[in-house]
Design a protein around this ligand. Structure first.
Ligand code: ZN
Length: 151
């Protein structure tokens, strides 16, 4: 199996069996993200305690890239403190724009193939940009409910 095929398998596995799917009723942060160009929509529910993401769930619909990226993201940020999450956001966005990640991104490396299709990069970064903006609001104001639309 080639690396491209392996990456494709990983993306389809997360799409077919999304991790941390569902809703959190006690979330500290709720953020919706939309990528109208492709029709992708996601909602993230984060429970933050003591500067750490203690639980995370998501709901969403759209293409396999957007949903797989969100599933992978929930898996890697769960249990991490907010500074680690910021570093992951930077590393992932950097990777999607051609930079070699300096920290372990786990399954997320499967998404680097998407770089060959520039119009789909927004599908991959949707959840990450929503998360980043939600964390900015959270650190300014505390608990937030927000919506982010990719332009
Ligand atoms: Zn998409």
């Amino acid at each position: 199996m080639s690396l491209d095929e392996l990456y494709k398998e990983t993306i389809l596995d997360h799409y077919a069996h999304p991790r941390n799917k569902g809703k959190l009723n006690n979330s500290t942060i709720t953020v919706e993200g939309a990528n109208p160009l492709c029709g992708d929509e996601i909602s993230l529910y984060l429970l933050v305690e003591g500067g750490r993401i203690v639980d995370v769930r998501f709901e969403g619909r759209g293409c396999s890239i957007s949903q797989a990226s969100t599933s992978m993201m929930t898996e890697i940020i769960k249990g991490k403190d907010l500074s680690q999450v910021r570093a992951l956001i930077d590393a992932f966005k950097g990777m999607m724009h051609g930079k070699e990640p300096e920290i372990d991104l786990g399954d997320l490396v499967a998404l680097q193939g998407v770089r060959k299709f520039p119009v789909r990069i927004k599908c991959a970064t949707l959840a990450w940009i929503a998360l980043q903006q939600a964390l900015d609001s959270f650190e300014e104001r505390g608990a937030v409910v927000t919506r982010v639309v990719e332009e």
